[in-house]
Design a protein around this ligand. Structure first.
Ligand code: NZQ
Ligand code: ZN
Length: 388
């Protein structure tokens, strides 16, 4: 078991009235607020109007930056950091999903330095300060609303890279499940796949001593498996949306990862797919995950797959351990492709072998992914091939 320090200071307002607190919270940080958001979904579903109403009541001076794309680009980050400096912004409020929140995190850090914020990511320059951030979450997926990380794309270099800092963790996040009613079926499915993957990345690990956390992860997996189909069936199922939303935050806020001694595996492989082909993160993960599971299943890893199969899918524990593991992987595939309805191959989403070599090398950062099973570039390439 690892030693750890528990510190997850994001204040959460959860539920239908979450935004009632926005004005009073915002005032504590100053007067000038920058609102950041994406391609306009918040204007169609009324969230934007509600936010403006609350901030106006609180007498805040409002600035805006819109157009943040999925797989957020470094250009948006630069633009946001410049606005913060020019207008002396006190607080940034991100309204949206992981893309908007991630871009906002780097704007907040970029506002405090006089160099290009891409250098935080490309050169690993230390983040020593950031403007305070709030997030108003509109899609259950990445957990960016309660974590310290962010992922940014640089199209010029075909790079999608991440880094994190405690300074970038949102101070307050507003989680109203009703705000996710308008999320499309595809994005609901992709977000659910992302939540599951965050759990898998930690759960599939050598360290078996943290029973309590393993059981919590299994409970969160079962929550996604139970409620994602309900949200797809009826987008306005409050209970389903609420369970997915809270699961998204807890899958990655740092609480569960205390048990983990290994790096993540599917995420670095997926980030290369998004970097080169601009695909949706959760879709890439769904295609990769069952193949990665198949590839790493062996005598060393099988016991964890048995726990997963028995505890999450209720597979008969008296079967042969490899049969249990294989059934569990099959059930994982069925969930992603039949239940969630996501495409089941790279070919179907227009990705061929042509960039496998370079993507595999980059996923391994020119060395290897030191995950549950170590993966060298040739292993990653093999997994990509299995996804064709
Ligand atoms: O831009 P708008 O118009 O708002 O539309 C968005 C976007 O097209 C739409 N959407 C969001 N909420 C909606 C809605 N449409 C209708 N109604 C709503 N309520 O959904 C689309 C996707 O949005 P995006 O923010 O890209 O989704 P997601 O939350 O899945 O974020 C994905 C990004 O986060 C990164 C991913 O790599 C990807 O770049 N990640 C961030 C992590 C973190 N910070 O810890 C961890 C993750 O593993 C992940 O890598
Ligand atoms: Zn993810």
């Amino acid at each position: 078991m690892n030693d750890f320090t528990y510190y997850i200071p994001t204040k959460i307002h959860f539920g239908k009235n979450a935004l009632d607190y926005l004005g009073q919270d915002a005032k504590k940080y100053g007067k000038k607020v920058l609102l950041t958001y994406g391609g306009g979904s918040i204007k169609k579903n009324g969230i934007y109007d509600r936010v403006i109403e609350e901030l106006t009541k609180a007498d805040m001076e409002i600035f805006e930056l819109s157009g943040i794309k999925p797989n957020p680009r470094i250009e948006s980050v630069r633009e946001g950091a410049d606005i913060c400096k020019k207008e002396n912004i006190d607080l940034i409020i991100a309204i949206g999903g992981g893309s908007t929140i991630d871009a906002t995190k780097f704007m907040a850090a970029g506002a405090k330095v006089d160099f290009d914020p891409w250098l935080f990511i490309s050169e690993g320059r230390e983040i020593k300060d950031a403007l305070p951030i709030f997030s108003i979450l509109t899609i259950a997926a990445t957990g960016s609303e309660m974590d310290t990380g962010g992922v940014i794309t640089n199209e010029e270099t075909n790079e999608k890279l991440s880094t994190g800092s405690e300074y970038m963790r949102p101070k307050v996040s507003y989680l109203n499940p009703e705000y996710t009613y308008s999320v499309s079926k595809f994005q609901t499915a992709s977000g659910s796949s992302d939540i599951l993957s965050h759990l898998f990345e930690i759960y599939f690990n050598d360290n078996t001593s943290m029973h309590m956390l393993d059981q919590m992860m299994e409970a969160l997996m079962k929550t996604v498996i139970k409620y994602a189909p309900r949200a797809l069936e009826n987008p306005e199922d409050y209970e389903a949306r609420a369970n997915l939303m809270w699961a998204s935050s807890w899958a990655i806020n740092g609480f569960l990862s205390e048990t983990s001694q290994k790096s993540w595996s599917c995420h670095p492989m997926e980030h290369e797919l998004s970097a080169f082909y601009d695909i949706t993160h959760g879709l890439g993960l769904a295609i990769l995950t069952p193949r990665w599971m198949e590839y790493i299943l062996d005598e060393e890893t099988v016991d964890k797959f048995v726990d997963y199969g028995v505890n999450v899918f209720g597979i008969d524990k008296n079967l042969d351990k490899f049969d249990i593991a294989k059934k569990a992987i099959e059930k994982t595939s069925e969930f992603f492709f039949d239940t969630l309805g996501l495409d089941d191959s790279l070919t179907k989403i227009g990705i061929d072998e042509s960039k496998f070599d370079i993507m595999a090398k980059k996923a391994c950062n020119n060395s290897s992914i030191k995950g549950f099973k170590e993966l060298k570039p040739e292993d990653v390439k093999e997994i990509y091939k299995m996804c064709l």
